[in-house]
Design a protein around this ligand. Structure first.
Ligand code: NAD
Length: 329
């Protein structure tokens, strides 16, 4: 049985991936400092409380456990906060990952799947689905910290036999259909959980920022991807690195993960009203700076090369599962 170190495995996407790893016969060692994760979200594997910036702890983990690969989720994720506190984002996301990579190299662990983001593309002009080869022009420190890590992985692959895949997620959504684990960000800034908070009465209403975009209903369009589909993509990426990359070569590649279908803010709100059977107020506000009208993934590279396909592309399913998780809590 292969053992995977999962930094950030107690968070939203990490906890779903730990479950998928278990289902595919892998053992997970979860390293999380619980800055934004929850012990009860980890359904399988061994949990170590600690920080990716702690070199001594990483040495201990790599010495005591026979780690075959790393799937790395640990990061600060809130783009708005990264504008206010850029250095803490560079420290955690970029320097933290540098520390992890140095430790991996020291202990001859050569395979990593890294959580990257659509934020590396910044604010593209086009409304076509985005392909991986587009220029990387992040508009906030968060996106920049992730692109900096991708550059390290790219350069490392040239210098030695280190093998990495960066997965650029679009908008992660939904929950495990069992309702056991789900999205619990603090503060919450993602649209679907905020809309469901409005449905549950936890917040008074939901705000729509910008209703005059050049989209069919005037609100922004985003590509939502079910968290279980993200989890399965990590397993595919890991197996690609293990089985299909030449052992004697360095390797780095990046893949978009989305469904290729966009849903507008209004569609999300209307679907949530339908799924929950609850009406709530949606307030029209001015546009926010830095919000492109369209952000849609072209994920055909992941479909073709990794053999990955989303199982839950319907917005209704994403909202239904997220709602089941909220009600469960
Ligand atoms: N949620 C999304 O829509 C989305 C989109 C694109 C990319 N991503 C990326 O995916 C990854 C996971 O996102 P998420 O939504 O699950 O976030 P999350 O906040 O739920 O999970 C991150 C986890 O990392 C842990 N962590 C943070 N810093 C750490 C450190 N220094 N040492 C150890 N643990 C640390 C947190 O406690 C948390 O459990 C992040 O890297 C994020 O940038 C997320």
């Amino acid at each position: 049985m292969k053992t995977i170190l999962v930094p950030g495995g107690a968070g939203f996407i990490g906890s779903h991936t730990v479950k998928a790893l278990h289902q595919h016969g892998y053992k997970s060692i979860i390293l999380d400092n619980f800055s934004n994760g929850y012990k009860e979200s980890v359904l399988n594997g061994e949990v170590i409380e600690g920080d990716i910036r702690d070199s001594a702890l990483l040495d201990k983990i790599f010495t005591e456990h026979n780690i075959d690969a790393v799937i790395h989720f640990a990061a600060f994720i809130e783009a708005g906060e990264s504008v206010v506190n850029p250095l803490s984002f560079y420290d955690n996301n970029t320097a933290g990952t540098l520390n992890l990579l140095q430790s991996m190299q020291k202990h001859k662990v050569e395979h990593i799947v890294f959580s990257s983001t659509a934020a590396v593309y910044g604010q593209p002009e086009e409304d076509d689905a985005l392909v991986e080869t587009l220029p990387k022009l992040p508009i906030n420190p968060y996106g920049q910290t992730k692109w900096a890590v991708e550059c390290m992985l790219r350069d490392l692959a040239v210098s030695c036999t280190f093998k990495s895949i960066a997965l650029r997620y679009f908008n992660a959504a939904g929950s495990d259909p069992s309702g056991q684990i789900g999205e619990l960000h603090e503060p919450e800034t993602h649209l679907i959980p905020l809309v469901l908070q409005a449905a549950s009465g936890k917040r008074k209403n939901i705000k729509m920022f910008g209703t005059d975009y050049p989209t069919p209903d005037g609100t922004c369009i985003r590509d939502y991807i079910h968290v279980c589909d993200l989890a399965s993509a990590h397993v595919k990426a890991l197996e690609y690195l293990f089985d299909r990359v030449e052992k004697t070569e360095g390797f780095y590649d990046a893949f978009n993960l989305g469904t290729g279908t966009g849903f507008s803010v209004r569609e999300v709100i209307e679907t949530a009203k339908k799924v929950t059977g609850i009406d709530f107020d949606a307030i029209e506000e001015d546009r926010r700076p830095g919000d492109p009208a369209f952000l849609i993934a072209n994920a055909s590279k992941a479909n073709e090369i990794l053999g990955w396909q989303p199982e839950y592309p319907k917005l209704e399913d994403m909202i239904k599962h997220a709602w089941a998780f909220l009600k469960n809590r």
